[in-house]
Design a binder for this molecule. Structure first.
Ligand code: ADP
Length: 173
């Protein structure tokens, strides 16, 4: 029986009241532009403080991996920071790394008892991943996790910020 859903919406992920929202971070976890900047601005300095502690303990976050921090002032409970691959033509493992971002974020959320989680369109901004391929990988990774593993996630939301990603993702469901 399916007791989980995958939703595609258009919006600003910092406004989403999910147990976890995912940040498209960079390896340093020190903040940046795009969705990363928006999350740190809206969530406040506590998020960066947690990121600094993580880096001090275990070093930078590798591409495809995920770490969890407080969500500070955001309506979510946690921010999961994952590092998407920079698109360099597609022969450098980019598809697998992007797949791992979604999978590792879902596993981490599940380990923190999250039931709802929201993702941005990871790597499709300054990291230049082709949007249609990114959408296919994102949806496949989420479905693989939801359908093939033991978990208590009931709702996954892909939050599209730009019209192009929204259209591509909607047409692919
Ligand atoms: P990356 O470096 O992984 O490419 P970006 O932040 O540049 O990260 O872009 C990733 C995606 O996040 C883009 O599709 C961009 O439109 C989107 N984005 C930017 N701001 C927000 C926001 N506030 N909420 C949700 N998505 C956002």
């Amino acid at each position: 029986m399916r007791n989980h859903t995958l939703q595609i919406i258009k919006g600003d992920i910092t406004k989403i009241k999910a147990d976890a929202i995912v940040n498209a971070a960079n390896n340093s976890l020190m903040g940046g532009g795009g969705v990363d900047g928006a999350i740190h601005r809206a969530g406040g300095p506590e998020i960066l403080e947690d990121c600094k502690k993580i880096v001090a303990h275990r070093g930078e976050c590798r591409t495809g991996e995920a770490v969890v921090t407080t969500a500070g002032n955001l309506p979510a409970k946690y921010v999961i920071h994952t590092v998407g691959p920079v698109w360099n033509g597609g022969e450098k493992g980019e598809p697998e790394l992007l797949y791992n971002c979604y999978r590792n974020s879902l596993m981490l959320a599940n380990g923190h008892q999250c039931k709802t989680i929201a993702f941005p369109n990871i790597s499709t901004g300054v990291y230049r991943f082709p949007k249609p391929l990114a959408a296919e990988i994102a949806q496949r990774s989420v479905r693989d996790f939801l359908e093939n593993s033991e978990h208590q996630i009931s709702e996954v939301i892909i939050v599209c910020f730009d019209d192009e990603n929204y259209k591509i993702n909607r047409e692919m469901v």
